[in-house]
Design a protein around this ligand. Sequence first.
Ligand SMILES: [Zn+2]
Ligand SMILES: [Zn+2]
Length: 337
Amino acid sequence: MKAALLYKPAPVEKDPIVIEDVPVPEPKDNQILVKVEACGVCRSNLHMIEGDWVKYGLPSKLPIIPGHEIVGTIHEIGRGVEGLSIRQRVGIQPLWTACGRCEYCLRGFEHLCPSKKITGETVDGGYAEYVLADWRYVYPIPDNLDTIEAAPLFCPGVTAYGAVLKAELKPGKRVAVFGIGGVGHMVVQIAKLYGAEVLAVSRNKAHLEVAKELGADVIINSSTSDPVEEIRKLGGVDASIVFAPSDVAAEQAIKVTKPFGTIVMGVHVKLGEFFFHEEKRIVGSVIGSRWMMRDVIKLARAGKIKPVCEKYPLEKVNEVLKKLKMGEVRARAVLVP
Ligand SMILES: [Zn+2]
Ligand SMILES: [Zn+2]
């Protein structure tokens, strides 16, 4: 099969991904083989490919096939698999599998399982014609969803959903969303569903246009104005959700959130000074569990959320990663093998 492999993490300018012909993997017990029809290109793929996460032990094997927001059709079924059929369309999210026994798995937060496996980081992912999946961690795709548009539900969709849940939004609340990329543009849509007033903050003009199209109430260009000043003029926000990979954005989010408010951090940042007397809460948020993933698919099926996508052939993977790094992807790039 055709696959995009990373042999050695390096800056994307050096074209670190190579397209090769590799054997099609065989499904073991409890596994299915999925023929990939679409795989989104995530900023976290970029981090791993460029070697930013070598210090955290990722990728945990080399070479590795990256890619963790996948839609395809079931091609082969291993022993022990129930309720799935050949040619059925399914999605695979970053959470490839988990132990099913630890305290996090038992509470329905299996994305925090210490023994979890991550698609495209600890096991081969979706930048290929075929990928293996654990049948207990795949999700049937409703017929009314387009394959390309469904793929980003499996990382940006669920990541945005998990973050918005933690922000505890409701009508009358105001939220600032810092960073309107693949995840941020889904956060805007889901925050609107909760009835909140949404302020979109980004340095990228094209991203702010997407936010506006998706219903953001206020857009703030942080390259031409000071978001702290702008948001304070409006009276601050009840919650902030940060997906901009920037210490400055994180600091701004803490500043503009009102006392007792919540700041949801979806990126790794260094936090500056934090004033305890305002009783603000900072909470991390990473991907999501299976029940969150199912909720996201329900929202998409009902037409309430929809990723903004641009499609590229798998062969263009290095080019797409460069575009992502330069902020030239409008919302989400999706590779088609
Ligand atoms: Zn992702
Ligand atoms: Zn577990």
